[in-house]
Design a protein around this ligand. Structure first.
Ligand SMILES: [Zn+2]
Length: 682
């Protein structure tokens, strides 16, 4: 249970698209795997006194040494091996204690009693602090004991199947990944038991003052499953709607891939603004759950991770395919269901983000392991999703879906790699796909395509267009869509195979085309040409070479610039001409206008957001010849400039905004102009 909480929090920070969380772990049924560890744990958790007390036995396999670890905050009160008290711990120095057990000829039974104090839950914890999840936290509003906090003895290198009972005050419920096999309440306490055959090394445990609501669900293979909502009282009224959405997603993915692999799925609320996913559940902040895109997107993404990520686990050492496939089959698919426009907007958004990222932060997909999170990795998900989109475009939906179902049948409950996926796509399509995956997984960056020339030629009653495409070396082997446009607005798409730096193609048409465009629907993962990627604010926010120019209200302007940029400010006097690096120009209306005029740059676009009502500040990006984009932030007065400090950093994906105080009253991206050649020239 490790690679999780990925894009969701990052997305919240940026008010960008939310993806959700990753999980681990797998299918039902015990295994005879010699690496497997079987554990029986009994816990008592007291949120008031912040104490955890545990007793457990672990059966570990013969013929190999084992190392057991536990966080130093816990005291071990008993340690016994096959009934005999044992063992001194060493301190490896990372907040853990370590016990070593040499290889033995038979499986051993290790018994541990331990106890310790947990950290107080602080609902105001910073997002980033929560993301490190190094400490177990508890309190009346909720408890979160993440696997990474080493709150129970762990056996390194072993998969863990467990039975876990948790004893909490009656006002609380507990949950852990797996099947709830029992609940009893007595003496002011509640004891719940969970079972999970999970080939991972550790357990996530949560508790809270939840209202529990449940509905049934019959799986595609006829099993009666439980869908549960464990929600804080103030949001308990959303349970029915959330569970209806979960049921809808389960039906969708069961019919697309195969039966849901577990016996339950739970939506669980957290008092902190977190977003985690684990097998059989998702753990989301109370305020996170209220965001509209959670039910529409993130919940489905989470549900799907029970197939990709948990049901079949990625081979982390060789690249994580599960985020890209989940993003493609969840986030992107919901956009496709909403319509062509919405899907195009998402693809263009991904390519614009990639363009804004710059090459320095880019890494090959095969190196993407999703154990930590950041801009480069979020982009990694998007590139990965487009690798699946381009593949479906190439082999067709029928073969693509058949390969996914075969992959599920063949790898369910196991670890699988990109190579295993490729083999299924090859056998479903009858094509050799080694070069395809190699170029997209092993190389960083993306192809840069150019529509070099195009000319129409009459051929009797028909027409031909001779078109020349170019790409930078080293070349990619690509299927490129060329769109012919005709009088009256109709269009025809022709796919061509480009495998060299330059290639010429002849496209036939039964009437004269008026124009030809290169991939106007952004179906190829590539570097957008300048006009295709109109500048967005994020470019100057992320680019460390960005130069800041202050034009009036300098103190407020500098404070705002520091909030906007993710790197040390590079200030340049307002009297100096703008450099070719990206420029962030911040100031008051009159001074900004003078700076733009003096340096031959266009003024604020006329009527920018004028219909939205009275405004106090305007923000826009502008392209310029021979230089990187300029981002302009101008306000009526110093107070209006200062008011942007909180909201503006959240709008990195926009090209322009208009503010009334701290409220964005209008915003948008400049339209993308495809690479296109007019064929009416002669
Ligand atoms: Zn995910």
């Amino acid at each position: 249970m490790l690679c999780r909480a990925h894009g969701l929090l990052f997305g919240l920070l940026l008010v960008a698209n939310a993806v959700a969380a990753v999980e681990t772990s797998a299918a039902t049924g015990a295994t005879t795997d010699p690496q497997q560890v079987h554990a029986e744990l009994d816990l008592r958790l007291d949120p008031q006194t912040r104490t955890l007390e545990g007793r457990g036995t672990w059966i570990v396999a013969a013929d190999r040494p084992w190392t057991m670890t536990l966080a130093e905050r816990f005291t071990v009160r008993r340690l016994a091996v096959d009934g005999r008290a044992s063992g001194m711990a060493s301190r490896p120095g990372n907040g853990l204690r370590e016990w070593r057990f040499p290889a033995a000829p038979r499986a051993r039974r290790i018994e541990v009693h331990w106890r310790g104090q947990l950290e107080p839950l602080d609902a105001t914890l910073d997002h980033r602090a929560v993301l490190t999840h190094a400490s177990p936290v508890t309190g009346p509003r909720g408890s979160f004991l993440p696997a990474e906090a080493h709150w129970h003895p762990r056996f390194r290198g072993g998969g863990l199947a467990y039975r876990l009972s948790v004893d909490v005050p009656l006002s609380q419920h507990a949950i852990a990944p797996g099947r709830l096999t029992g609940t009893r309440a007595a003496g002011g306490r509640r004891v719940q038991t969970f079972e999970f055959a999970q080939p991972e090394s550790a357990i996530d445990l949560m508790a809270g003052p939840w209202i529990v609501q449940e509905r049934g669900f019959v799986s595609a293979d006829g099993r009666h499953l439980a869908l549960r909502a464990l929600l804080h009282p103030e949001i308990a009224d959303r349970a029915a709607g959330d569970l209806e959405a979960v049921a809808r997603y389960m039906r969708m993915y069961e019919s697309w891939i195969g039966p849901y692999p577990y016996e339950s799925f739970s939506v669980v609320s957290s008092p902190t603004p977190t977003g985690f996913g684990m097998p059989t559940l998702t753990y989301l902040g109370v305020d996170v759950l209220r965001l509209p895109f959670i039910r529409d997107t993130s919940l489905g993404h989470e549900v799907l991770h029970n197939w990709w990520g948990n049901g079949v686990r990625p081979d982390h050492a060789r690249g994580n395919w599960s985020e890209g496939l989940t993003t493609f089959m969840a986030d992107y698919t919901y956009r496709e269901q909403a319509g062509d426009e919405a899907a195009l907007e998402m693809r263009l958004g991904w390519l614009r983000d990639f363009a804004a990222l710059g090459s320095a932060a880019d890494r090959p997909l095969a190196k993407f392991t999703a154990r930590t999170h950041g801009a480069a990795q979020v982009t990694g998900y998007h590139k990965s999703a487009m690798v699946f989109l381009m593949l479906r475009d190439a082999i067709g939906t029928e073969a693509f879906d058949r390969a996914l179902r075969a992959f599920w049948r063949g790898h369910r409950g196991r670890v699988a790699s990109w190579d295993d996926l490729r083999a299924e796509f090859e056998s479903a399509s009858g094509r050799e796909l080694g070069a395809y995956f190699e170029q997209w997984l092993e190389r960083s960056g993306a192809p840069a395509l150019r529509l070099h020339s195009a000319a129409p030629v009459r051929e009797g009653a028909r027409w031909q267009v001779i078109v020349e495409l170019a790409q930078d070396a080293p070349v990619y082997r690509l299927r490129v869509p060329l769109v012919l446009g005709f009088k009256g607005g109709s269009e025809e798409t022709r796919w061509v195979d480009l495998a060299r730096e330059r290639a010429r193609f002849t496209l036939a048409a039964d009437r004269r085309p008026e124009r030809i465009a290169l991939d106007p629907q952004a179906r190829v993962f590539r570097q957008l040409a300048p006009g295709e990627a109109p500048p967005i604010l994020r470019q100057s926010m992320l680019d460390p070479t960005t130069v800041t120019v202050l034009a009036g209200a300098e103190a407020a302007g500098e404070a705002l610039a520091r909030r906007l940029t993710e790197h040390p400010l590079r200030l340049r006097p307002v009297t100096a001409p703008p450099p070719s690096a990206p420029v962030l120009l911040v100031g008051l209306v009159a001074e900004v206008a003078r700076y733009l005029a003096r340096n031959g740059l266009p003024p604020r676009p006329p009527g920018l957001g004028a219909s939205a009502g009275p405004a106090t500040a305007w923000v826009w990006t502008l392209e310029r010849r021979g230089g990187a984009p300029v981002t302009v932030v101008e306000a009526r007065d110093e107070a209006a400039l200062a008011a942007l400090a909180r909201p503006l950093p959240h709008y990195g994906r926009q090209s322009w905004l208009v503010f009334d105080g701290a409220k964005a009253i209008a915003r948008g991206t400049w339209p993308s102009r495809p690479q296109q050649i007019d064929l009416n020239g002669d």
